[in-house]
Design a protein around this ligand. Sequence first.
Ligand code: 4AD
Ligand code: MG
Length: 501
Amino acid sequence: MQLPFQYIEALPRYVGQSVTLKGWLFNKRSSKGLHFLILRDGTGLVQCVVAQDKVDAASWQAAEAATQECALEVTGVVVQDERQIGGHEVQVCSVRLLSPSENYPITPKPHGIEFLMDHRHLWLRSRRPWAILRIRNRVVWAIHTFFQERGFLQLDAPILTGNAVEGTTTLFEIDYFGEKAYLSQSGQLYAEAMAMAFGKVYTFGPTFRAEKSKTRRHLTEFWMVEPEMAFYDLEMNMALAEELVVHIVQEVLRSCRMELEMLGRDVAALERVQAPFPRLTYTEAVELLRSDETARLIQARIEALKEEQRQLEAEKVENRRRYGQAKQAEKRRIDAREIEINQRLEDIEKELENLPLWEASARHFQWGNDFGNSDETVLTWHFDRPIIVHRFPAAVKAFYMKRDPEDDRLALGMDVLAPEGYGEIIGGGQRADDLAFLEAQLEAHGLPRQAFEWYLDLRRYGSVPHSGFGLGLERTVAWICGVHHVRETIPFPRLLGRLTP
Ligand code: 4AD
Ligand code: MG
């Protein structure tokens, strides 16, 4: 199909030719007889130069009247120019105002995160969300190609369910025609049934947890990909998880260079994400956590954060000094940078407050407890790539986990922790395949036997060893993008205290 307009990302194919672009005004600079319109169409940005002596009066007027985020149609000739945003410029022959935009609220002034979140429906048009969500898209694509190329079937698990999977404390309960139902916490139990029917499957859908704490890692609605494989043991499961993570990172490195650069991501850190990932048992991880080396890493982190704080403060002073004499475009850049700096300073301050507590938590960690967010973060500082922790105390893990035949206190679970402090991105393990054991576990966990009868059938009819895991999409994207909080990695985040927009 021949479109009646072109996309900005396609401009390299049209150098020297006339194109028509449709989009929104991202930014505008003006000088005598000239308007420089930065047009945004979702695929990219391009500067469109409108010269008064080259366009008719109606076009000149449209360019004069154009305000931030008004919709425009621009026709002009594409010129290659490496100095310009995107490497091209359009020399305009005509401009048409398609739809006005008055007092657009997301100006390049420093806004707090709550303001931006309240305006998420508009904030999505800005550069940073653009880069992050394009990477999210690529991660999803990488996940599908990974599993499809390996013969997995993608089959969906229901969202309305009668079963708790990951404990009863984070269930969203709803009324289902007078019966109690829940929003799915995980598609796993259904994936297990499907693995017995199709061999290798994966579910990929939204999952829900009534997380009552505000952390940088928790959403109440998040997306999870959950592969489940018949005849896989824990070893094979860990190997698959490792291969998947490497594949995703490689794909983003291959196809999202520009986005990573826009986010200021340290690409070298991603390039180190190569197999094999260090593997530690839970018991080894506990020893590491309690070690002097961990205390030293925490002290080093405190010093590094203080140094970063000093540098950012100095940059702010310098920016303010330059502001007075700066041109319009430079002022905008300084304003945008100020938003970033303030956000980072806030995060640093919070972390500096917490670090002494983290140190105490690590030093006095008791074997048998579950790792908290801070423990995971601190563990990752010992390594330059993701790590896999396996064989956890059964008491802190879900009812469905198989016990370690070598040590009955342990469950054959595994977590993949992302480096640079990001922590758990994958949780999974080998599933209990013995009927009597599972029945006892349901009872021990206080779960209603009747709701799980169908699940127990999987152990009555040809039960086999099987394994799987769940990878949290938002946490993975946050790590790959190097963004602090998962709320920026989903178009419309759902968090404690946030249901709109
Ligand atoms: O470790 P979790 O709870 O494991 C399960 O749900 C298993 N049933 C998966 C399976 O074996 N099929 O969650 C898996 C992953 C976590 O590692 C994390 O990445 C993500 O899901 N996750 C969350 N992401 C954002 N917000 C939350 N509240 C999350 N809770 C878990
Ligand atoms: Mg987990």
